[in-house]
Design a protein around this ligand. Structure first.
Ligand code: PLP
Length: 397
């Protein structure tokens, strides 16, 4: 008989990732996996060559815990030029093991008991466990589909609901632009409204910009840290996973004012010591690639986006075209399933396609039970095959 130890309360307050669970289900049923956001592509060849070279040249021991100097310098230059946030590699940059660790290190550095953080929902599923691990109290604000006077729809929040979410206990608001799972790109007006509230309530903005290079239809990416008075109260979290198709390299970073950076570096040091040193050397090469590299990648994603949107619409899903990132959040009400999880299992087993039940992106699962997310970072032929399979949804129900 195995001995039962009492687990920490925190560890019992969240479950295994729903997305990883869907991946397992797809593997068991040989289904096309449009659930997990793993890029379909390989990193640029000059970047993989630089990684091999760095290993051969002997960069095989720890780097400085908060990041190899060449990588931090490249990050600071990119933040200054692309994001419009003047960044000093010595004072403002912490290199982390992916933006996942960056977000958690940032929260651990700022949260005290009774601190609240505002989170827009639906949200990237890690933010739930992040609040539990860091001890923050989450306050949720809904992102809802609204129709403009010209008939176009977009996801936004209710300004009064947002203002009401702020209180003297608010420590920070978490923003994710472009957003996973909705593909929403926050506008300057929205970010300014959020910035004004941050100044009024003297709190921080923590912004996850991992999809900053994946924006369609020529919309701009705005970093809230570049808005007036926000540099001193913004923590920007990002990384190379998505923009360079290297999720397995675990290269992320956190940009913050100096005092915050000192605290974030301490959390990071004792959590992971550091990101892989030879890969950081290659990360600097990646960050020096010209804008044409990102333009070519986004063109590929845009083609995938259009293809999957067409397939899903033909198959009877109600879709909202994403403005950024590589996910499509659909509405499955018309298919008449009791909930999104039942639909997810049916879709894998009967149609051979996997996606993510929408409820996993909400604090109140009920809000997401008519929603279902697909991702479109897939090879052309697999997306085409998924489209053909999805055409059977209506006939097989
Ligand atoms: N942030 C968002 C919004 C994501 O969707 C993901 C991955 O899917 C991550 C962070 C994780 O990124 P990283 O590989 O840098 O940890």
């Amino acid at each position: 008989m195995s001995i039962q130890f009492k687990l920490s309360d925190k560890s019992t307050r969240f479950t295994e990732s729903v997305i990883r669970g869907m991946t397992q289900l797809c593997l068991r049923h040989n289904a096309i996996n449009l659930s997990q956001g793993t890029p379909a592509y390989q990193p640029p060849p000059e970047v993989t060559a630089a990684a091999i070279e760095a290993i051969q040249e002997g960069y095989n021991q720890y780097s400085i815990t908060w990041g190899a100097p060449t990588f931090r310098k490249a990050i600071a230059e990119k933040m200054t030029a692309f994001n419009g946030i003047p960044t000093d590699p010595e004072r403002n940059v912490t290199v982390t093991c992916g933006s996942t660790e960056g977000m958690l290190s940032a929260l651990l550095a700022i949260i005290n008991p009774s601190d609240e953080i505002i989170i827009f929902e639906p949200f990237y599923e890690n933010y739930g466990p992040d609040t539990i691990i860091s001890g923050a109290t989450p306050v949720y604000v809904a992102l809802q589909e609204t129709t403009a006077s010209d008939g176009t729809t977009r996801f936004t929040y209710d300004a009064a609901e947002l203002a009401a979410a702020f209180s003297p206990n608010t420590k920070a608001i978490v923003i994710n632009t472009p957003n996973n799972p909705l593909g929403k790109v926050f506008t300057t007006d929205e970010l300014q409204q959020i910035a004004d509230l941050c100044c009024e309530y003297d709190c921080l903005a923590i912004t996850d910009e991992i999809y900053e290079h994946m924006i369609y239809d020529a919309k701009p990416h705005i970093s809230i840290g570049s808005l007036p008075q926000m540099r001193e109260r913004t923590i920007t979290v990002s990384g190379l996973s998505k923009a360079y198709s290297m999720t397995g390299w675990r290269l992320g970073y956190v940009i913050a004012p100096e005092t915050l950076t000192d605290a974030i570096r301490k959390m990071h040091d004792f959590l992971t010591v550091g990101a892989p040193h030879p890969l950081q050397r290659a990360g600097a090469v990646a960050l020096h690639l010209p804008p044409s590299y990102h333009e070519a990648l986004v063109a590929k994603y845009n083609k995938n986006r259009k293809r999957l949107l067409t397939s899903l619409t033909k198959a009877g899903f109600r879709c909202h075209p994403p403005e950024g990132a590589y996910y499509i959040m659909t509405d499955i009400t018309d298919f008449g399933f009791p909930d999104d999880t039942a639909f997810a299992h049916w879709l894998v087993k009967e149609i051979g396609v996997g996606g993510v039940p929408g409820s996993s992106f909400y604090s109140r699962p009920d809000l997401g039970k008519t929603k279902f997310r697909f991702m479109f970072s897939m090879a052309d032929d697999i997306l085409a095959e998924a489209g053909e399979r999805l055409m059977q949804v209506k006939t097989k129900i």
